[in-house]
Design a protein around this ligand. Sequence first.
Ligand code: IPE
Ligand code: IPE
Ligand code: MG
Length: 232
Amino acid sequence: MADTPVVPTHLGIIMDGNGRWAQKRSLPRTAGHLEGLKALKRVIREAADQGIGYITFYVFSTENWKRSEQEVSYLMHLLVSKLHGELAFYQKYGIRILVRGKIDALPVQVQQAIEQTVDATRNNTTITAILAINYGGRDEICRAVNDFIAQNPGKSISEDALCSAMPLPQIPCVDMIVRSANEKRLSNFLLWDSAYAELAFYEKLWPDWDASDVQQICEEYRQRVRKFGGVQ
Ligand code: IPE
Ligand code: IPE
Ligand code: MG
């Protein structure tokens, strides 16, 4: 049966192009990451204004450890400082923070900052922002299957059982995934959930994103006809 989309209930964003943004300005790549955080704040506010309920940001992939030690450690420090430093922002705009990914493999300071922020924002209701940190779609599926096997030895897994074994089972599957910086791939993002997600790719580099990009995404989403294998 066809759906009539208004805005995506759950939007996924692959924030890409921070390095290129910095390179264009002869700045270190880290400057692009810092600027990217400002874009994240603009985008989240507009997403809330548009009535998007859930927004998942791809912050750090299971493959991003391949980057230089200096870049990885900058990103980890940035996470700690902005999770703590932006708490007033999350509270002011009613943003609940959740995370998904292999969190227990992150530096302990990052784990603590995550735990404190998730706890401090748990009663916020305007929008839920899910940060995908040390996130890999394949890793997530493997871990969910292994959890299922451990709890149900000898049983075969069904789609419903896998859905329940995935993290955040109460949160609706992503409706639309968008990516900045003109790359047209998923790079291991939300592989299970994206089965019927609408996809859109934009040229603009992530640090340049603002409210108008969220409006453009919502407009694009309204043009899509979701059929889920049925007939319109
Ligand atoms: C995305 O920007 C941020 C992360 C993956 C952490 P990039 O750092 O990948 O930027 P480009 O692709 O090099 O321009
Ligand atoms: C995907 O971007 C990961 C994040 C946005 C966190 P990458 O820049 O790492 O992806 P590839 O390497 O271009 O596919
Ligand atoms: Mg990139």
